[in-house]
Design a protein around this ligand. Structure first.
Ligand code: NAD
Length: 294
């Protein structure tokens, strides 16, 4: 497609997503609050403000830390965004923020989609992200060719906020399952099992999950996962805690009980008080093991 793309937020995820846009023939205008994040991307047009980045854009993608920053950014660029452009927020912000932004955008004749992603940093790098989209289905179809330059799937989930709800439900399962896997692995190891053997059995049995077979939290069981790199460079405890907090807010709004998610949220928050917030969320294993942490 010949869309003019702007991209705001060039962190762990955003920088890699932009690189895939470039590989696939786009020349995006990019902005990050840290100037070096924009100027070091070969093949992009670095901009010194978000307003400058959105100049002439048909599609604007934001990949920012949280909902407040996305809201501040959107209110700042609102006047500069060309009418009828599509604003895709791929940050994980929750359905409330998505619905608010959808309304704010509409009042300025801008189209808004919530387009959070799964696949993590690895998926962002490989261009295999899965986009979960909320908003108008027609707008989703229009944004799809650009999103597919950064991902392998664009899944339309429903009206505004539905992409965010889908993302939170997925991450609820992810957070709870990771903790369950860590608990079981620690129990088995403490009872004398070899963690590789236990993993092999679980992975052909009913306890299998992404946390056991793709992202095993026990150091040395798998290569090239954060657990085997001192829990560096993965999906941080802070981010899963944020997502479980958003899931709690959403659950409270309709009185849905989420007992295991609530407990998981609190466990990840506890890890943050032990200065493990920046570590990969598989570090729960180390925490339960009770060895010295650093
Ligand atoms: P990150 O902190 O690495 O990147 C955020 C970037 O935004 C940083 O480069 C920062 O400088 C920039 N930024 C902050 N404030 C800004 C502002 N006002 N204007 C412009 N730029 C600003 O975070 P990330 O890991 O890339 O995650 C981004 C979003 O994607 C989060 O909402 C996260 O929950 C979600 N997400 C992350 C992962 C993951 O595995 N890391 C996976 C799926 C979704």
């Amino acid at each position: 497609s010949n869309s003019n793309v702007a991209f705001i937020g060039l962190g762990q995820m955003g920088a890699r997503m932009v690189e895939n846009l470039i590989k696939n023939g786009q020349k995006p205008r990019v902005y990050d609050i840290i100037p070096a994040a924009a100027s070091t991307i070969q093949g992009a047009t670095p901009c010194s403000s978000p307003e400058e980045a959105v100049d002439g854009a048909d599609i604007i993608i934001t990949m920012l830390p949280n909902g407040q920053i996305v809201k501040d950014t959107v209110s700042r660029i609102l006047k500069a965004v060309p009418k009828n452009a599509i604003l895709c927020d791929s940050s994980t912000t929750g359905p409330q923020v998505a619905r608010e932004l959808s309304k704010v955008a509409k009042d300025s004749n801008i189209r808004f989609l919530d387009t959070p992603v799964s696949g993590g940093v690895v998926g962002a790098q490989a261009g295999t992200l899965c986009f979960m989209v909320g908003g108008s289905q027609k707008d989703c179809q229009e944004a799809e060719p650009v999103l597919l330059k950064m991902g392998k799937k664009v899944l339309y989930c429903g009206e505004s906020g539905a992409g965010q709800i889908t993302k939170l439900c997925n991450n609820l399962i992810l957070g709870v399952t990771m903790i369950g896997t860590c608990e079981a692995m620690n129990l088995g190891v403490k009872l004398g099992l070899d963690p590789k053997l236990l993993t092999d059995v679980v992975n052909v049995s009913t306890g299998r999950s992404w946390s056991s077979d793709t992202y095993n939290p026990v150091p040395g069981v798998m290569e090239n996962v954060p657990a085997s790199k001192n829990y560096e460079g993965g999906f941080s405890v802070e981010l899963i805690a944020k997502d479980l907090g958003l899931a709690s807010d959403a659950a409270l709004s309709i009185n849905a009980p989420i007992p295991l998610a609530a407990m998981s949220h609190q466990l990840f928050r506890t890890l943050m008080t032990y200065h493990l917030g920046k570590k990969d969320f598989g570090v729960v294993y180390k925490f339960l093991e009770g060895q010295a942490l650093k």
